[in-house]
Design a protein around this ligand. Sequence first.
Ligand SMILES: [Zn+2]
Length: 339
Amino acid sequence: MIDKINQLLQEVEALKAANAEELEALRIKFLSKKGAINDLMADFRNVAAEQKKEVGMRLNELKNKAQEKIAALKEQFESQDTGCDDIDLTRSAYPVELGTRHPLTIVKNEIIDIFARLGFSIAEGPEIEDDWHVFSALNFAEDHPARDMQDTFFIEAHPDIVLRTHTSSVQTRVMEVSQPPIRIICPGRVYRNEAISYRAHCFFHQVEALYVDKDVSFTDLKQVLLLFAKEMFGEDTKIRLRPSYFPFTEPSAEMDISCNICGGKGCPFCKHTGWVEILGCGMVDPNVLESNGIDSKVYSGYALGMGIERITNLKYQVKDLRMFSENDTRFLKEFEAAY
Ligand SMILES: [Zn+2]
């Protein structure tokens, strides 16, 4: 009988139940009226008198152990049953961790703030656009490479519909419904058919500015660019303009600023030239004004556009573009003090 009790004791020690039904089955097996322990109790009277004391003690021990074990398992199931599976009970209630602003948002807001002080207001438009607003109204020739599948995401069933490749489409949307003076800034996400690497991505962010009025000249543009560069990168920042080509501006230029890392002395970041490119700009091509219903004999304008990633990279030296969209909170936390 002692052997039988010892065997049951071992079984009780090792008891496991995956759910409430299994636990109930165990309770019946050990503790019910017809359970294993009651059977032993019934046999107790047949135990020889000199063994009664020891067997009685062992039997009580077994009964207590079985009751404790089954009660413990029951408690475990009850505490698990919170009625909601996705509550993390190990999470501390306080303090609640605050998020941080994304570096691209911080820089976008800085850019908007500078232009807002110059009287520009924000304009926004759709990211899914038609050919007219992205290309045709902006003087892109029919055979311009940007219309190629290689560079632009087209919607397969509707070749006229594209994911906008630049925020200039917002300029056309504003011009077609308003008359000068127009002074807008267009921030937004744009898409290009690029392989993703540390220096290129299939989407990125731009801010463009457009000013159309009577007697707007290249001098006005240059002055706004200089002010922007100084506000963004510091009072000592110098700018230089290089002739360039864009379908929607004539003349067109690209602007460099004196390298904000070496101060223009030359370093690996600026490839030892002392200058880094930051944006494209120019006088709005008269064809663009006319396409959008604005009389180019009366009005002129300038436009400029920059990549927010590029500006952020220059301000904070983010070496890998992909980090902006990976949602790694360790990366985002680095910008906590920036706003
Ligand atoms: Zn440098």
